[in-house]
Design a protein around this ligand. Structure first.
Ligand SMILES: [Zn+2]
Length: 265
């Protein structure tokens, strides 16, 4: 292992590199180097050289950069050039369609309706429910944002105004105002269709939409493979909404869609 490898922080570099963090640090390194260089030029040159190398290897050198650099870049109106604008769908966290249903009631209802099956090693979707759920997702996948908005409006068990917004869907109902990413909206509509089809109370089906996302194996958005991974991007993903910039998700290996976010204990 070389000294460079020891210094390297892959979680903040390569494809995980945060451009606002890198840019802010590069500017700070140069400013500090120039300031010191006024006093003693060789020191200034060393600070710039070492600082730049560390930013390259580690993503940033100023402690706490991920917590302030994206905000700073955003505050001065430069976030557009880094592709991390606030209205970027990837930077938003999808909400859930919540219903006031006892989780135990929901679970027993889904078991009785043949949506879920309890095996010695846990809960699973029944083969039949998975087939219907995935085929509903495959159909919805081809829908335009407007068509998907209509599908959400007719699937939810309440009067809702659904409009394409920020690359996903904004849902305004009498009791909730939520934003769903496109992949999660596709999964949720497919859940509502599949579960209500089995004579389940639509409010229970609504409550099942978020837990059902946990069983996703095929990406709702592109049909790619979904697997457990972590979000490591310190300013994209869901940073700012979570204390930890890195948390467990179910995500698509092909298109990067976040399908389910595991709650932090
Ligand atoms: Zn995908």
């Amino acid at each position: 292992m070389s000294v460079f490898d020891a210094l390297r922080r892959p979680e903040h570099t390569g494809e995980n590199r945060c451009l606002p963090c890198t840019a802010v640090n590069a500017v700070l390194v140069v400013l500090v180097g120039l300031a010191l260089g006024v006093l003693w030029p060789p020191i200034g040159a060393v600070v710039i050289a070492v600082g730049t190398l560390l930013v390259y290897l580690r993503g940033y050198v100023v402690p706490g950069t991920p917590s302030f650099a994206p905000k700073l870049v955003s505050a001065v109106g430069l976030d557009g050039i880094f592709g991390h604008r606030e209205d970027d769908a990837a930077a938003r966290q999808s909400d859930s369609l919540d219903a006031n249903v006892d989780p135990d009631v929901m679970l027993s209802t889904l078991l009785n309706a043949g949506v879920l099956v309890e095996e010695p090693d846990g809960l699973f979707l029944t083969d039949e429910a998975r087939e219907e759920w995935e085929s509903a997702m495959a159909t919805l996948r081809t829908a335009s944002d407007e068509e998907l908005a209509d599908a959400v409006a007719s699937a939810v068990p309440f009067e809702a105004t659904v409009t394409p917004d920020f690359g996903g869907l904004a849902i305004e109902g009498p009791a909730m105002s939520v934003w769903l990413s496109r992949p999660q909206a596709i999964a949720d509509v497919a859940t509502l269709d599949t579960v209500v089809e089995r004579d389940v109370d639509p409010m229970v089906a609504l409550a099942a939409t978020e837990p059902m996302r946990m069983f996703t194996e095929v990406c709702p958005e592109c049909g790619g493979v979904v697997e457990e991974t972590t979000t490591r991007n310190c300013c994209g993903g869901t940073a700012g909404l979570h204390d930890s910039p890195e948390h467990e998700i179910l995500g698509c290996v092909d298109c990067g869609a976040v399908v389910y976010e595991f709650r932090e204990e």
